[in-house]
Ligand binder design. Sequence first.
Ligand code: ADP
Ligand code: MG
Length: 694
Amino acid sequence: MKQVTDYFGCRVFNDKVMKSKLSSDVYKKLKKTINDGKELDISVANSVAQAMKDWAIENGATHYTHWFQPMTGSTAEKHDSFISPEDDGTIIMEFKGKELIKGEPDASSFPSGGLRATCEARGYTAWDPTSFAFIKDKCLCIPTAFCSYGGEALDKKTPLLKSMQALNKEALRILKLFGLNATSVKTTVGPEQEYFLIDKDVYEKRKDLIYTGRTLFGAMAPKGQELDDHYFGSIKTRVQEFMNDLNEELWQLGILAKTEHNEVAPAQHELAPIFATTNIAADHNQITMETMQRIAKKHNLVCLLHEKPFKGVNGSGKHNNWSMSTNTGINLLEPGDTPSENAQFLLFLVSVIKAVDEYQDLLRISVASASNDFRLGANEAPPAIISIFLGSELQAVIDSIESNKPLKANGKTFLKIGADVLPPLPKDTTDRNRTSPFAFTGNKFEFRALGSSDSISCCNIMLNTAVAEELRQFADRLENAKDFNQELHNLIRETIINHKRIIFNGNGYDDTWVKEAEKRGLLNLKSTPEALQYYLHEKNVKLFTSHDIYTKNEINARYEIGQEHYSKIVNIEALTCLDMLSKDYLPAISKYTKNLAETVTLKKSIGVNAEYELELLNKISDELKNAYEAKNELDSKLAKTSEITDCTELSMYFRNTILPLMEKARDIIDGIELDVDSKDWPVPSYGDLLYSVK
Ligand code: ADP
Ligand code: MG
């Protein structure tokens, strides 16, 4: 029996492998680059490349690729083999330092939002040595950043790394004031990943799933998730076999897959890894999503990562558990035991509160997509309003600071920050609030609004940068303080007073919250086209440019790509909807009514009662006419999109005009489905899909 400890990370060029394959001089220089983010010099790169290639070949690799994350949200790779010809007709396997550090993919087809004219197609990729290279399907994958020749970021990794640097810089200024000798602060993330698994044979009969990842039609099955019998239920053998294969693959790739369970909806599951440094967690989450889809096929299953594959049951999200840690092993969101640790914790805590309040719009944008619009605010996922949950114990601390009234708990009195010890806070809050988009869970925050298919990079770019900005302001103030403890107390108290509107410990699904949030002046951005417009607001442009995360051009590019992507997605859905109406539903229903009509005629001709058939025939024929009209309306309104050139106007049109028409057609077809013989229905039903894995 193979043991996990023996094969964990066996396909990763990790620290252990580096130590054994590199000379100690080269190893030390590489480590220095990794730890300090310094440039790698070419002679070191040559030695690393040589060792990496030898190791990769020993492990069956024939190709290498710069593996990067363009703005499509998925990953990209272009494989090059190691072969290099010799004069005598043979080959050698070669890989040079310059190929390791930098690649030049012809990248004209990646979205650039106008950052790169098609005629200057080439971009370049640059190795991120903090994320280990790995072997996937005989290919050595080198995690890289992707930029245009002008140096503008065309990917998600570059700004993520920059946002981590920004936070590192400002957090270290704060730690210095507390007398801590840490030399780096990194953000950490553990993303919990939800997904659906359905049988491949059934999947292949649904064009909507194939083209759009979600069902555009389908009446609910008699049984959904109302019994809560799937959540944490025993895992079916076929699913367990998939999970076993998936775990083995992820472990070989050094990914810390930890928790697996059934989720709320039928056919829905979750995988959670142990947390890692943010850029590594982001790489690992991309690999995890890709591996899930690949391994599923081996089991004749399909893994759906879409946020809302089925109407009427829960969709899938991703929880971004986030914290900040020093290289000395201190979690900065851990309350600690001494007055000084407590004070430091409270300062970092209020920096997050202020960041989330001031940059609600950016957090909302970071989870905005056509598919996630179906979840947010739909009583299964957090609302589209961003707010923070602290839990009753921490709330009591915050209240006591705000009101300057002592807090007495467990025989201790807490009044003055920096002088008194906090009452103990529960490690893992038991009164978990599942309805909050941004919850404090003992020693980290959990951002729960992400969609299941989202890259986690975007929300962490926003979060890291916003918190970096608040820490910068705090450090500016505290560095000049005459009485540090007094200034600290005042700063924390003022921040609570000014930003407490973002704290909400109640039920986020309750309608009264929507009204209350409005009163508090919180944003409620219900759709992607609306949310994206906040990207360009002056305060956001200032935030990104001042921390050197994005230039104004890069923000504009992201804005345009976001709006265009939204429109493209809804356009594909609308075309699929029309295709299924014209080629599947309407003909099948028409045929069904023909059969009914023949039955009526036949029965009547021999004097038999045909009331059931006649009534049904009338009902379905009327609805068929309605469906036909809905199809025509959708068709003609969709044709109008070619006249709209402005990307914002277009996405708003798709949102406000096209989506409702698709929904209208769906309602009619779903109604007819309930009346038609299942043998005559052209596609598998929700029952067939949701219970396809036996
Ligand atoms: P739950 O489902 O109750 O939210 P899980 O245990 O499934 O909890 O997930 C919690 C996630 O939080 C895990 O991925 C875990 O590794 C991660 N996590 C724990 N501590 C930290 C931390 N300091 N920083 C980031 N993530 C963390
Ligand atoms: Mg969670």
